[in-house]
Structure formats: C-alpha cells, structure tokens
Design a protein around this ligand. Structure first.
Ligand SMILES: Cc1cc2nc3c(=O)[nH]c(=O)nc-3n(C[C@H](O)[C@H](O)[C@H](O)COP(=O)(O)OP(=O)(O)OC[C@H]3O[C@@H](n4cnc5c(N)ncnc54)[C@H](O)[C@@H]3O)c2cc1C
Length: 366
C-alpha cells in the first residue's frame, strides 16, 4: 500500500486526499491549522471559467465546472454548491468593451455565455432596482455558481476518514530527501513522518515547505479583500458582477462582496479601521442596485493572498529530478478542486497522465 502525505487541508488537499484514499492508499493529511484555515476559507468561491486565458487554462476550469456537477450524481447531493449562474453588466465603457469581447471569445470556445434582456434579468433578480443596469448589455453565464469551500472540505475530510485516511494537526517544516528520493517530512514538533509520496497542497505557502530550491514553485500572489455583510434580506440570488463591485449570497442572509479596484490599497497587515470604510462603500455601491441593502453594515472584512504561480496559471505535477514529490498549486482552486482531486490521484497512483496538465507542469519553472 503506497503511503501518501498530503500537506494542507484546503479545498485542493482534501479533494486529492479523498481520491487517494478511495483508490486504496494509506493517506495522512497534515494541516498546521484547522481544516480550511488557508485561502479556501477566504475565497469568493465563484465556480467559473469566465475570465480565463489562454484557452487551455480556460478548458481546465471547464473541467472543474463539470467535476463539480458530477459530484451530485456521485454523492446524491452537494450541500456546498449554489448554482443559478452569474450575471454581469458593465457601465464603464472600457469594461463594457472587454465584456463584449469576452462573451464573444467564450461563445467561440463553446462556453455557455449569452446576452439577456433587462426583463429577463429582472425575472432572475426580482429585487434589483428598475434602473440598475442603465443601457448596459447584460451577460449571463448559466453554468456558473458558487461554493461554500468549508462545507465542501468537511464533507471530503469525513469521506476520506471513513476510508481510513488520517488527519493530523502538524506543521511541516521540511521534506526529507535521500538523494533525489523523497522519504517523508519533518514537523515543527520534531517528528519525522515517513511516506512514499509527499503531495504539496499548501497553496500560497507552497514554496515555504522546504528550503530546497528544487521543490519551490515561484509564486506571484495578489491581495484580496472580501467583505461579508450582516444578515439582511436583500434579495440577491446569484453571483452578480458589475463595474463597481461583485457580490453573491453567503448563507444565512449575508452577502459577500469583492472589488478588484479597491484591493491593491491593502496589505495583509491592514487594520479593520482601514478596511471598514471601504467595506461600507462597497455595500453602498451594491445598495444602489439592490435597495433593500441600504444601511446594511459590514460584519467582516477578510484579507487574503491568492495562490498564483508566477506565470498566472496552475502548477500541477512533479518537479524535475525528484521522485516521490508532487505539487498542486493554483488560483481558481475552488473551481478546479474536484477535477484536480480525480486526475491528480490518478496520476499519483500510476494511472494515465492527463494530457492537458502537460501545459501546467511545475517543470516549466526549473
Ligand atoms: C480574495 C480571493 C478570491 C478568490 N476567488 C475565487 C473564486 O471566485 N473562484 C475560485 O475558484 N477561486 C478563487 N480564489 C482562489 C481559491 O480560493 C484558491 O485557489 C483555493 O482556495 C486554494 O486552495 P488550496 O487548498 O490550494 O489552499 P489553501 O486553502 O490555502 O490550503 C492550504 C493549507 O495548507 C496549510 N499549510 C500551509 N503550510 C503548511 C505547513 N507547512 N504544514 C502544514 N500545513 C500547512 C494551510 O494552513 C492551509 O490550510 C480566490 C482567492 C482569494 C484570496
């Protein structure tokens, strides 16, 4: 029985660990914090293949969307998933032109994307103000949705445990190598845990796992700010993307908001008194569209770094010359997780290599 250590219990680690356990392997997940404590707990979690280029990266995310859908057939239900598609309109002229180009490109790639009328939009979103879109064109992406990553992670961890996988709180401080072969990991508690394979699923911390440069994937993280409102019945039904702010429901009446224009002002050290006024402004922008949001206060502001490999696309696979080591580091991880879980477990257990992943191997950095 092959012994796998999966480092990191984010959405990607738990997906891979479950599939490895389901294939009959001995799996240990090592997580230094709680399950979902990393970026997966601080994600807009929109499942999409929308603003992705080049085409092979867009396809990867389409596989992610399909894998999310397939989970319903496999498990009978997927309580973490919220469909309904995404709608987008842009009142800024430059952004509107980009949206038109994007819809055309996506249709050309056979991705479900269409223009809908304002009447259709109001049927989808009855609480939207009558004049919310002005004369902007409205794009609809019916296959998109959003996920509660922690509900997903808990489910996958439970399934993995039921198959014998172990989940341990441990901070990995190094990868043990004998020559060019990985033998296990060391932990902050001074322990050495042996394994035949170490799978690095630590996201934005992926290059901190080992001081050995041969195991480090260069990252170019960007800062994200997510705002969560207090519970409010504002009538938002799905992912809404506009020039001023993006938002979606976040459970129990709360909304989650995000705005790429505001994010670069902040660092991970920004204080709540710095992010709060921006959070209030973001809610005000959304309230111009959904009047029932007026006066609703922020409940939380969350800062996080996106786990983005230096050339912006996924890094999934072994690293050159080292055996027993595999990394799965990517942005869009919420979209990609169920697909990565399957194909990475297949590759790791000697099954077929996934052709499209050849474009995304970490080897390109070495
Ligand atoms: C603001 C923002 C918005 C986003 N929006 C979207 C979106 O709309 N759609 C989408 O698909 N994706 C989105 N993403 C990206 C997505 O959230 C991530 O790609 C995904 O969560 C990464 O999951 P992961 O499992 O790789 O990493 P993580 O969830 O970060 O998990 C890594 C885990 O490793 C653990 N760890 C780290 N180092 C060690 C160590 N040495 N020892 C033990 N454990 C360790 C951490 O504690 C953590 O739990 C967004 C990200 C951000 C920040």
């Amino acid at each position: 029985m092959t012994r796998f250590i999966v480092v990191g219990a984010g959405i990607i680690g738990v997906s891979i660990a479950y599939r490895l356990a389901a294939a009959g392997n001995a799996v240990t997940i090592l997580e230094r914090d709680h399950i979902g404590a990393g970026t997966s707990g601080t994600s807009f979690a929109w499942t999409n293949s929308n603003e992705k280029t080049p085409h092979n990266y867009q396809q990867l995310n389409v596989f992610g969307l399909r894998a999310h859908r397939a989970l319903e057939n496999e498990f009978g239900a997927r309580p973490w998933y919220h469909g309904g598609g995404a709608v987008e309109w842009r009142t800024d002229a430059k952004e509107a032109a980009e949206l038109s180009e994007r819809v055309e490109r996506l249709v050309g790639w056979d991705y479900p994307a269409e223009w809908i009328s304002t009447a259709e939009l109001h049927r989808l979103e009855p609480a939207l103000a009558a004049d919310a879109t002005g004369d902007a064109r409205i794009a609809y992406f019916p296959e998109e949705g959003w996920v509660d990553p922690l509900v997903y992670a808990e489910y996958f961890v439970e399934k993995a445990r039921a198959l014998g996988a172990k989940v341990r709180r441990a901070e990995v401080t190094g990868v043990v190598l004998e020559g060019t072969t990985v033998k296990g990991v060391t932990t902050a508690a001074g322990e050495t845990i042996e394994a035949d394979f170490v799978v690095n699923c630590t996201g934005r911390w992926a290059s901190d796992l080992s001081s050995d440069k041969r195991l480090q994937i260069p990252l170019a993280p960007t800062i994200g700010l997510l705002v969560v409102t207090k519970p409010a019945a504002a009538g938002v039904k799905r992912v809404i993307r506009t020039s001023g702010v993006n938002f979606r429901p976040d459970g129990a009446g709360r909304l989650m908001l995000q705005s790429e224009h505001d994010e670069p002002k902040f660092t991970l050290d920004s204080r709540p008194d710095e992010t709060y006024p921006v959070a209030v402004e973001m809610i005000e922008r959304a309230a111009k569209l959904y009047p029932d949001l007026a006066g609703v206060k922020p409940e939380a502001m969350r800062l996080a770094l996106r786990a983005i490999p230096a050339d912006q696309v996924s890094a999934v696979g072994p690293v050159p010359e080292i055996s027993g080591y595999y990394a799965a580091v990517t942005h869009s991880g919420v979209t990609l997780a169920p697909w990565l879980g399957q194909v990475v477990a297949e590759e790791l257990t000697g099954g077929k290599k996934t052709a499209i992943l050849e474009h995304f191997r970490p080897a390109r950095f070495f």
